[in-house]
Design a protein around this ligand. Structure first.
Ligand code: PLP
Length: 354
C-alpha cells in the first residue's frame, strides 16, 4: 500500500532522492566506496559541498549578491543562539509568532536585551501580528516565516530598516519571495530539504564582524565562511542528500514551479477544511500556512472512526503537535497532490458516513 507521508519533520523526501542517497551509501561516485567512509576533504565530497552551497544560492536568486551559504550542524535550534552571538550588540527585535520564535527569543535573551515587536502568544499563536514597528536603532529584527506547529505563515514581510533574520526551517524553497530582503536566513534541513543533521545558513557577509564580543570558532559564521563550510567534519550524508533534493528542485523548474504545486495542494486541503462541517481550521484564514494545515474535528467522538479510516487509506503522520491537538497535515515540497487528494477523500467519506 502507498503511504501518504504528512509528517511534520523529519519528513517526506522525493523518492528518487532516497534512491540516489541509498545508492551512494554503497557506492558513491563509482569509486566502490560509501559516501559514509570517504574523507570529507576528498575531491568528490568537496564537490558535493560546493554544489550544495551554490544550488542553495541559485535557487534563492542570491548568487553574486554578497551572500554565502553554509551547511552547519546543531539544528535550527543552534542558530537561535548563533544569530545572537554574531549579531547582537545592544538590542534586537523579535516577532513572536509561535513556539519556535519563543525559543529563539529565550536563547537570545541569554546574551542581551530582546524586545518583542509583536506577539500572538495570548491567542495561542493562531494568527500573525501585523502593523508593528521595527526600531531603526536595533541590531537586527528576527522573524519565523512559517509556524510549523500552529500552521500560520507570514505572507508579507516588513520593509525592514535594520538587518532582517529569518528562521525559514519549514518553508524554505517552497514559495517565491524576494530573498534579498533578508540578511540572514536559516533552516534545519529536515522539513523541506533533506534529512536531519544539517542546517542551511545563508548570510549576507557585510552584516558580520560588527559585535565586540569574542565568538567561539564553531559559533562564528566568519570562521565557517573562511573555511568554505568545512571548518570541521561536516555532516556528509545530510549535506549530500540535501544537495540531491536541491538538484531535484532545480530540475523541476525551481521555486517558481514548486510554488504552483504547493498552492494547488493548500487550496485543496483548506477548501475541504472549510466546506466539510465536521472539521474546523485552527488558524485565522488570512495567515494560514501552505506547508502545515492545522485542523480539528468539531465532534471529538468521531476521532476513533476517522483515525481508523486514515490508517486504512495509508495516511501517516497527521497527528497534531501536543500543544495544539487535533490534526496537522504537513504538505512539504516532496508531498504530491495525490496524497492531499487521498486525505481529502477520507475527510469527505467521513462526512458521508456521519
Ligand atoms: C523544526 C523547527 C525548528 C527546530 O529545528 P531543529 O533542527 O530541531 O533544531 C526551528 N524552527 C522551525 C520553524 C522549525 O520548524
Amino acid at each position: 500500500m502507498k503511504i501518504h507521508n504528512f509528517s511534520a519533520g523529519p519528513s517526506i523526501l522525493p523518492p528518487q532522492v532516497l534512491l540516489q542517497a541509498s545508492e551512494a551509501v554503497l557506492n558513491f561516485n563509482n569509486d566502490n566506496l560509501s559516501i559514509l567512509e570517504i574523507s570529507h576533504r576528498s575531491k568528490p565530497f568537496v564537490d558535493v559541498m560546493e554544489k550544495a552551497r551554490a544550488l542553495a544560492l541559485e535557487l534563492l536568486g542570491l548568487e553574486g549578491k554578497g551572500y554565502k551559504a553554509l551547511f552547519l550542524q546543531g539544528g535550527a535550534s543552534t542558530q537561535f543562539l548563533m544569530v545572537a552571538l554574531n549579531l547582537l550588540e545592544k538590542r534586537a527585535g523579535y516577532l513572536n509568532t509561535g513556539s519556535w520564535s519563543d525559543k529563539a527569543i529565550k536563547e537570545a535573551k541569554i546574551f542581551d536585551d530582546i524586545y518583542e515587536v509583536g506577539s500572538s502568544k495570548s491567542a495561542n499563536y493562531n494568527y500573525i501580528p501585523k502593523g508593528y514597528d521595527i526600531p531603526t536603532d536595533y541590531d537586527y529584527f528576527h522573524c519565523t516565516s512559517n509556524n510549523t506547529i500552529f500552521g500560520t505563515q507570514i505572507k508579507e514581510f516588513p520593509d525592514c530598516p535594520i538587518p532582517m533574520v529569518c528562521d525559514m526551517s519549514s518553508d524554505i524553497f517552497s514559495r517565491q519571495l524576494d530573498f534579498s530582503k533578508f540578511d540572514l536566513i536559516y533552516a534545519g534541513a529536515q522539513k523541506n530539504m533533506g534529512p536531519a543533521g544539517t542546517t542551511l545558513v545563508v548570510v549576507k557577509e557585510d552584516i558580520l564582524g560588527k559585535v565586540s564580543r569574542k565568538i567561539p570558532s564553531m559559533m562564528d559564521y566568519k570562521v565557517h565562511i573562511s573555511k568554505s563550510s568545512m571548518f570541521n567534519t561536516p555532516p556528509v550524508f545530510a549535506v549530500y542528500t540535501s544537495m540531491l533534493t536541491l538538484e531535484w528542485l532545480k530540475d523541476l523548474g525551481g521555486i517558481k514551479a514548486i510554488e504552483k504545486e504547493n498552492e494547488k495542494k493548500a487550496r485543496l486541503m483548506y477548501s475541504e477544511i472549510d466546506l466539510n462541517p465536521l472539521f474546523k481550521g485552527f488558524s485565522v484564514k488570512e495567515d494560514r500556512s501552505y506547508m502545515n494545515a492545522t485542523f480539528n474535528l468539531v465532534d471529538d467522538t468521531l476521532k476513533e472512526t476517522f483515525d481508523t479510516m486514515l490508517k486504512e487509506a495509508g495516511i501517516s503522520g497527521i497527528n497534531g503537535h501536543r500543544s495544539v491537538g487535533g490534526y496537522r497535515a504537513s504538505m512539504y515540497n516532496a508531498l504530491s497532490l495525490d496524497s492531499v487528494k487521498a486525505l481529502v477523500e477520507v475527510m469527505s467519506e467521513l462526512e458521508s458516513k456521519a
